[in-house]
Design a protein around this ligand. Sequence first.
Ligand code: PGA
Length: 245
Amino acid sequence: MKSLIVANWKLNPQTKREAEELFKKVKAGIKSAKNAEVVLCPPLIYSPLFKGLALGAQNCCSEEKGAFTGEISASMIKSAGLDYVIIGHSERRKYFSETDELINKKIKLAIRVGLNVILCIGETAEERDASKKTLILKSQLENDLRNISKDDMKHISIAYEPIWAIGTGNNCSVQETTTSLLFIKQTINNLYNRETADKTRILYGGSVNGENSGAYIKEAGANGLLVGGASLRADDFVKIVRSAE
Ligand code: PGA
């Protein structure tokens, strides 16, 4: 399967001009990439400016429609031509109090309208120190994927993002990542079956850059990467895409 490389621009860059410039450089740089599937998730307001690369949203509303000021629905995202949505990012869980129940609702809505979902899971430093990592990952998977069928799993990728590794420069070691990715695969096997576990792409995210990216794909067995900070630097992001080829 092709590696899935996702750029999560978060709340950046601050102007349309900078966004267009970054997009132009990234697009030119990855033109020849054949073996990696690249998805850019810019702030939604910029997405109509970008043609020629697959796009995703960083979030969607947990409601389908109606009086929810400031929200964007999964069907709006799909009908605007985007194909992916990131759901359950730790920043949404932390700063916007998103629960597993809400995340589960969002995933169901996204799948129903035909979006591909990148579901983020991961433990905090405290949970890891208390040897609760696998407990947390298992509970997030069980609750976030509640009542989601084997068939729906074809449209879901899982991004393992240890929270302590996000934006800190303290990326997870290849060895620890390998173990965590295997644990996630095993949990999907238990929730569904071996075939679903084998076909579900499991990504790594957390301080990925052009220097460390290749090892996650080639050594830890990640089926892709979710890239934050480094996706705002065109050269670094292009390097990451090439390392996954
Ligand atoms: P980072 O962010 O690459 O800046 O650590 C990853 C993410 O939050 O998806």
